[in-house]
Write a protein that binds this ligand. Sequence first.
Ligand SMILES: Nc1nc2c(ncn2[C@@H]2O[C@H](COP(=O)(O)OP(=O)(O)OP(=O)(O)O)[C@@H](O)[C@H]2O)c(=O)[nH]1
Ligand SMILES: [Mg+2]
Length: 417
Amino acid sequence: MDKAILVGLDLNQYNMTTSIKELIGLAKALNIEVLLTMTQKASRPDGATYVGSGKVLEIKQAVDALNADMVIFDDELSPAQIRNLEEILDTQIIDRSFLILSIFSKRAKTKGAVLEVSLAQQKYLLPRLIGMGKILSRQGGGSYNAKGPGETKLELDRRTIENNITKLERQIKVLETQRDTSRKTRSSSNIPLVSLVGYTNAGKSATLNQILKLFEIDNKNVFEKDMLFATLDTTARRITKKGYPTFIITDTIGFLTRLPHEFIKSFKSTLSEVSNSNLILHIVNGIDPEKALHIQTTLDVLKELNADAINQITVYTHADLLDERAPDYEFWISNKTGYHIQGLVESIYEVLFGSMISTKLEIPYDEQHLIHTLNEQTKVLNTEYLNEHILVSTLMYQKQLEPYKPYIVKTGYSNNL
Ligand SMILES: Nc1nc2c(ncn2[C@@H]2O[C@H](COP(=O)(O)OP(=O)(O)OP(=O)(O)O)[C@@H](O)[C@H]2O)c(=O)[nH]1
Ligand SMILES: [Mg+2]
């Protein structure tokens, strides 16, 4: 296990304590043991060494005394800063961006995620070749550091990196075209799409699993775990239940404050599902003291993805851990007890399909196939096979009514869910 010292520079721009806590979480996600955290207050970073020269010496003493394998900085460092720090401290220097990219690189599994993280890594490396050269070519300790996805060694040559970027962009484009095709098939079938988005570790995957449980959809659970970036790809699940219209729900990677710039750009393809959805469930860990920051971060990323105009429901998780009753004006659920999951699903139906109405239809015998769809996707109360037509009384959501418009005898609102 690699051992690290974490360093933060408090520029009075964000809460240092929570930022360092998050950095510890990121280090943990890479199996790095944190020996010590050190912070310094300053009005701006030092151009050459990020922290002041006195602090650099302090860090050096700590590195030597504790035998640290690396120093991790809670910010993105410039190539020169990396080079200088490495020379003085004589150990691996890792910045926040590289740490995040390394987590993704180590854990990416699906083809899309592997390509996207490789691209982000190569783009991050390109301007830093001089600074990172020594680190990446270092033998032994922290060897994950010199690895790309799939444990291939990262190349350090500028030309190779430029070629890689072109190649990766091409491969991602091919995947994008495939995604587009499946999206077109889906949108032509008119099945609406719901996306779970939010800060990492907020409970997105857990919410999806609770919804699957409610619908008794077995063996389709997604990975959920108390760790940063547990989910690294987009997973779609089709939600069907007799008597209800179908929708698709997708779980995707979580967001984090100050994500590396290369990251969002590279993951645009994975995240493109979000901008194509009909409803966004913005999942927030309701008991996290930093939830306001988490909400803002998510809103910022949604804007960057051009998804900020899409219908949104903000859903607070961890209601089971609330000391008092959940406030009525917010939407709270518990993925532990299942509290309010039913209510969440009802809200999803309502946003996607409108309110529930009761309707009487006269379906002609030559349109008999509609009876099957009605039975599958609406709550049929009564079916009578009369001489001229089939008379059906049913409950359905407003937007489901479209194909049956010519056959309506009567409609009315219904609270009878
Ligand atoms: N007690 C409690 N635990 C929850 C609740 N929702 C999620 N969790 C737990 O919180 C942890 C994180 O949940 P995930 O669903 O993996 O979080 P995520 O948003 O998918 O996170 P990433 O995939 O890392 O972005 C898991 O251990 C969940 O079991 C909840 O309502 N109550
Ligand atoms: Mg997840």
